[in-house]
Design a protein around this ligand. Structure first.
Ligand code: FAD
Length: 376
């Protein structure tokens, strides 16, 4: 039976980054993915924003790995010629009552080490984004956008060049502990096969809780169950998209599943509005966009980009966040855990890798590489 140092489940941006780093580190790596290519789920259904890092509690993995990951990502994009743009972002208060909330965000950003953050007055909003309306804003010059497909394709190429094997159409079924190793059962077409690995890394995104359960983890006991929180997008007409240069966000509402419907520019000069947030009752990957939501999107966004009409919006795509946080629940951090203390030495769970998982991907990978190195 074939034996690997590390088997990684899930070829999203995080799985690919880990395959690259661990292979470069000299590990024999097998990355298994149930689809016929990488990045077919959340990693290709997001806003492609390189976040600053001001939304998350200081010291949380989300805060630390977002700030570190952003720096690593800009360097990686420059060295691998991956398209990106440091557009900058403004979080706009449209009402003076919102100012205390974003002042809090400003303090959080400073404590998290986000560079260049500034509170700006109405006049400076006009000089940065003449068509945006607001009474004050928080300006983050380090926020940007990235071509996430090129990032993943670059990571996949680099992983393979360094010796990692990527097996598509290969679904993780279950794992069983055997002395020092894990026996992994995989479905490949109609065949079921088993492989052995010293380290197993669960990076299965929306199904990472199921993968953990099928390896023997009690989801209830460890609070590992994932809730699907859908985010839909609408596209702004190209005539109106030309009026925006940077990312424009509202002040987030406490305990919401997202950051509030915002305007995201893309590398082709287009603009999308969204994502909104809706916890799904059924655990299904339903990526349809409901055209009846157009009025809600218009109502939310027209407060800070008043130059739009409802007719300027057309349905776009959707994504689903793998959330540990329950609806209206408290903040939950990423779970990135070597599960030795739970009786699973060498099993590393990554659960709840929602936003800012794209930004943090290279830092998550570096963090996991540190965990793996303890075994060698
Ligand atoms: C609407 C939305 C907007 C977002 N915007 C941003 C943003 O602007 N910036 C940012 O930093 N982050 C953003 N995110 C978060 C970011 O997209 C994710 O954190 C990141 O893509 C997670 O990558 P991943 O590799 O962990 O997961 P995924 O991309 O979900 O990859 C997991 C992979 O595991 C595979 N898999 C699952 N089960 C199995 C199995 N049993 N066997 C084999 N393979 C399996 C899946 O097929 C999938 O390919 C957003 C997310 C959403 C939903």
């Amino acid at each position: 039976m074939e034996k690997f140092d590390c088997i990684i489940v899930g070829a999203g941006v995080v799985g690919l980054a880990m395959a690259k780093d661990l292979a470069i580190d000299g590990r024999s790596v097998l990355l298994i993915e149930r689809h016929d290519s990488f990045g077919q789920e959340t990693s290709s259904r997001n806003s492609e924003v390189i976040h600053g890092g001001m939304y998350y509690p200081t010291g949380s993995l989300k805060a630390v790995l977002c700030v570190e990951g952003r720096r690593l990502l800009y360097d990686f994009c420059s060295s691998c010629k991956i398209p990106f743009k440091k557009t900058g972002k403004i979080i706009v208060a449209t009402d003076r009552q919102e100012i205390p909330a974003f002042e809090k965000l400003f303090q959080l950003g400073l404590a998290n080490g986000v560079e260049g953050l500034r509170l700006i007055a109405k006049e400076e909003i006009k000089s940065l984004e003449p068509h945006v309306s607001g009474v004050a804003a928080l300006y983050s010059p380090e926020t940007g956008i990235i071509d996430s497909h090129r990032l993943m394709s670059c990571l996949a190429d680099s992983a393979k060049e360094s010796g990692a094997i990527i097996a598509y159409d290969s679904e993780f079924l279950r794992a069983a502990k055997e002395k020092e190793n894990y026996k992994i059962f995989i479905k490949n077409g109609i065949d079921e096969l088993s492989l052995t690995a010293r380290i197993v890394i669960n990076s299965a995104g929306l199904d990472s809780d199921i993968v953990a359960e099928n390896a023997g983890f009690d989801l209830e006991k460890y609070h590992y169950s994932i809730h699907y929180c859908k985010g839909q997008y609408f596209r702004l007409s190209s005539a109106k998209a030309r009026l925006l240069k940077m990312l424009v966000y509202p002040v987030p509402k406490p305990a919401s599943g997202g950051l509030g419907v915002h305007a995201t520019v893309d590398l082709a000069g287009g603009v999308r509005l969204g994502p909104d947030d809706e916890y799904l009752k059924l655990r299904v990957q339903d990526y349809s966009v409901d055209p009846l939501r157009r009025l809600n999107f218009y109502d939310s966004a027209s407060k800070f980009i008043p130059f739009i009409f409802e007719d300027d919006l057309s349905v776009d795509t959707a994504g689903i966040r793998p959330k540990l946080q329950e609806p209206e629940g408290d903040f939950r951090d990423f779970v990135i855990s070597d599960e030795t203390d739970k009786g699973f030495p060498g099993f590393i769970n990554l659960i709840g890798i929602e936003s800012p998982g794209l930004t943090a991907s290279l830092a998550i990978s570096r963090y996991v590489k540190g965990m793996v190195s303890k075994y060698y």
